[in-house]
Design a protein. Structure first.
Ligand SMILES: [Zn+2]
Length: 289
């Protein structure tokens, strides 16, 4: 849907190999021919200087979007019909979102490089909201990758609110203020607690590193590890990223901890107290933790 490029510019980018296609296994493929099966369209590398702490480091940025044509859209409709609404959000966002990979150092050849698969969070990553830990996690992951000398951040733009999108996430914040935890709030809206699809992230890591790639995963969430391993990536170590804990997000992180996230209980203690969640008419089933 967003993959349209002016034909003249497209030709030029293809010649320069700055625009290319990956098949469903994350292998390079062409866009034409009887056996062509482009699954992702990707542009890059694009030099992106980042401020990492107090130093500047240049990452190589790649952006990708799912290749969409009429046949594929017909297939999506069939898949939604077969798999039901649980899959609807991940499918819609998978085809709407333009995702990114930020590569640092020699990511392709580094031995067991650090990888962070980061779910987009406008409020945390951009606004600096302390209701969650996303912004500090992103910054901490970037610093660790620079310190290690090589690595990648795979930024999933369609993963806002664990896949439900920014609008629904805003409403879940109101439900959280009324006493629900972050998972219950999604479910109260009739939405999945987590509908993220990590398969494209795995495809792109496979493209850069080759199949069966060995990485160290910067993540607290065990489901991210499972999803990448299911897609053939060997996670030799899961490295927790605990950063930005405050009285504003301690309860949110406790809920994540109950869902298996690798967050040390000690790190959640002794946080400055925040005014407790206010109950409102939004929630008839509010409960406190
Ligand atoms: Zn967040």
């Amino acid at each position: 849907m967003f993959a349209y490029i002016d034909p003249a510019v497209k030709r030029e980018l293809l010649i320069k190999k700055k625009l290319f296609y990956l098949d469903v296994e994350g292998r390079p493929c062409t866009s034409a021919g009887p056996r062509a099966a482009p699954f992702l369209s990707m542009v890059g590398p694009i030099a992106l200087p980042l401020q990492v702490g107090r130093i500047e480091r240049t990452f190589q940025w790649y952006a990708w979007v799912r290749n969409s044509d009429l046949t594929r859209i017909e297939r999506i409709v069939d898949e939604i019909r077969e798999s039901g609404p649980q899959k609807l959000f991940s499918m819609l966002s998978s085809f709407m979102a333009v995702n990114s990979a930020l590569l640092y150092g020699d990511f392709a050849r580094a031995k067991q490089p650090l990888v962070r698969v980061h779910s987009c969070c406008l409020t945390g990553d951009v606004f600096g909201s302390m209701r969650c830990d996303c912004g500090p996690q992103f910054q901490a992951a970037t610093r660790r990758i620079v310190r290690a000398g090589a690595g990648a951040i795979v930024y999933m733009a369609g993963h806002e609110g664990r896949g439900i999108g920014l609008w629904a996430k805003a409403i879940t914040y109101l439900l959280q203020d009324a006493g629900h935890d972050t998972y219950q709030a999604n479910e109260r809206l009739g939405l999945p607690a987590d509908s993220r699809d990590f398969s494209d992230a795995a495809r792109v890591i496979n493209y850069f590193r080759g199949p069966g790639s060995r990485v160290r995963l910067l993540a607290n969430n065990p489901l991210k590890r499972q999803a990448l391993e299911a897609a053939g990536i060997v996670v030799v170590e899961q490295v927790p990223v605990v950063a930005g804990i405050s009285g504003y997000n301690a309860r949110y992180l406790q809920a994540k901890r109950r869902h298996g996230h690798l967050i040390d209980a000690e790190a959640l203690k002794h946080q400055p107290r925040q005014a407790g969640p206010r109950r409102s008419r939004l929630s008839g089933r509010a409960r406190s933790d």
